[in-house]
Design a protein around this ligand. Structure first.
Ligand code: ADP
Ligand code: MG
Ligand code: MG
Length: 499
């Protein structure tokens, strides 16, 4: 078991870490080496900086913090100092972004591939089946998305044993934290500038992180392509959202830098206030919509009734640019990730052999549950696998002994339930000592990190308008936790220090 200790701001004692062998790489600092006085100053300054610069989320203990902006604000959970990350792996991850962008665009156009790959899953997973229904309807009416916008995030971990960068997943819907993560990089640079000589760190080694500007630029370009100067961007939101400031940052940059107005609506509101004009224009609350940006709609709980499904269908039928379209949404499911990892599947979508090799290099082992050999192995050694359903947002995966139990149960049941899941090789990143700040308190713990690389893709018919890497998200979580989401409460926001 790993020891975790809390450092109250007033404490003069810092517990030392259990000595732990580093598997690869060196942490840039050892919390044990930072004296208490300096640590307290760092934490205090970081908390002030976050509050003054909008590195904030809604405070779960305040009732209206998820609905009324400005009420119940608390700093976002963050790591006090950036995590050391080898420069070549960072470059490798950045280089993959435009290739993945292109891949997912092509996959989204292959309706048969999406339908065939997901049909068994749809039989046992109602949510997937509802998404497939909308997709089928679009096939039936021969709906074409000429302007296609993807705001993606590809997540990776550095596997300590093989020393390779392996993809965790590719998100095509609601890729979050582009608004807050660039602030964490700034916070870290700021702290290093203030205390760099004592910490012996150089702020130039924290890479630039233009995430919010790049995503805003992509949204603005999509809005321009749609070519209706009076139209707005529609942000589809959950009724309660404590991560609203991350979203407001994006809307603010969109408005201030690009002159594009956004409106925020829930799916239920869109159902009540939305209509499609004869020319296909989506009008919501009297406003023509150029771009629909989904920050809701990725989870079954976002569709508590038929109203919400009607809204999703309405949006899909309209001429507005959807980020994502139903096809992009389906392409980002875990089942498709697993299908893409099968031999000769990437070749169906990409021509460049080098690009294919680069993508394949970052694929971890991925299997469907009808692979009996792997199932036998996973029952024997469940700690080497992760079992995943078709869900987004963190907290749904199965690990360790529960993998074995689930597999045995599914085997015995003889049902089609296996089609709801995929199996994935478990990745074991290097464990390093970290200082995690939550609710004003600094916790010292052993941690692991997950690197997300944002990517934006925009095309209008044959013209590719944007295909870029758009900054990064580093999330750090205590190594004893299996799941990784910041919003789900498992991880903190971090940045990286190139080594
Ligand atoms: P979600 O779409 O819910 O974010 P993920 O596939 O990203 O689903 O899984 C959630 C978290 O589980 C990740 O952030 C990561 O911390 C952990 N995780 C997922 N896959 C693996 C894996 N193969 N090895 C180790 N940890 C994993
Ligand atoms: Mg995801
Ligand atoms: Mg994830």
């Amino acid at each position: 078991p790993l020891q975790s200790s809390i450092i109250p701001l007033s404490s003069s004692k810092i517990d030392s870490f259990e000595t732990q062998q580093q598997i690869s790489g060196k942490p840039i600092f050892n919390p044990h080496d930072i004296n208490t006085n300096l640590l307290q100053k760092l934490v205090y300054d970081a908390l002030v900086w976050s509050s003054l610069h909008g590195l904030v989320v809604g405070d779960r203990t305040v009732q209206k913090s998820g609905t009324v902006p400005g009420v119940g604000i608390i700093h976002a959970p963050f790591a006090l100092l950036p995590v050391s990350f080898p420069e070549d792996y960072f470059r490798q991850a950045c280089e993959l972004a435009p290739i993945f962008n292109e891949l997912f665009d092509r996959v989204s156009l292959d309706a048969k591939f999406l339908q065939d790959s997901l049909s068994r899953t749809g039989k046992v997973d109602t949510f997937t089946s509802r998404l497939l229904d909308i997709h089928s309807k679009m096939i039936d009416i021969n709906k074409k998305e000429e302007i296609r916008l993807g705001l993606h995030r590809s997540d990776y971990m550095l596997d300590a044993q093989t020393k390779s960068l392996l993809q965790i997943e590719f998100n095509t819907i609601s890729s979050s934290f582009s608004g807050l993560t660039c602030l964490v990089s700034e916070l870290h640079r700021n702290l290093i500038d203030l205390y760099g000589s004592q910490l012996q760190l150089d702020s130039r080694k924290v890479p630039e992180n233009p995430s919010v500007h790049q995503f805003a630029k992509a949204l603005a370009e999509a809005w321009r392509e749609y070519n209706n100067p009076r139209a707005v961007a529609l942000v589809v939101v959950q009724a309660e959202e404590r991560n609203m400031y991350d979203q407001h940052w994006l809307s603010a940059v969109l408005r201030e830098k690009h002159g594009v107005t956004s409106i925020r609506k829930t799916l239920a509101e869109i159902e009540a206030e939305g209509e499609i004009l004869h020319d296909g224009t989506l009008v919501v609350d009297g406003e023509a919509v150029a771009v629909v940006y989904f920050r809701a709609g990725y989870a079954p709980t976002d569709y508590p009734s038929e109203l919400e499904w009607r809204a999703r269908l309405l949006i899909e039928q309209s001429s507005a640019v959807k980020c994502p379209s139903i096809a992009y949404h389906l392409a980002g499911t875990k089942k498709i990730q697993q299908e893409l990892a099968k031999p000769n599947v990437l070749e169906r979508f990409l021509d460049d052999k080098e690009d294919i090799a680069k993508l394949r290099k970052c694929f971890a082992g991925l299997w469907s549950l009808d692979d009996t050999e792997v199932i036998t192995d996973a029952i024997e050694k469940p700690e080497l696998y992760v079992m995943k359903p078709q869900r987004e947002g963190g907290g749904y995966n199965t690990y360790g002994d529960e993998v074995r139990e689930a597999l045995l149960r599914i085997q015995k049941g003889g049902s089609q339930e296996d089609a709801a899941y995929i199996l994935m090789q478990r990745i074991f990143p290097t464990v390093f000592p970290s200082l995690l700040v939550r609710e004003g308190i600094c916790h010292k713990d052993h941690a692991i990190s997950e690197l997300g690389i944002y990517g934006a893709y925009l095309r209008n018919k044959e013209k590719i308008i944007m295909n870029e890497q758009c900054g990064y998200l580093m999330r750090t979580k205590v190594s004893s936790s299996d799941e990784g989401g910041v919003a789900a409460g498992f991880a903190v926001l971090d940045s990286l220090y190139l080594s």
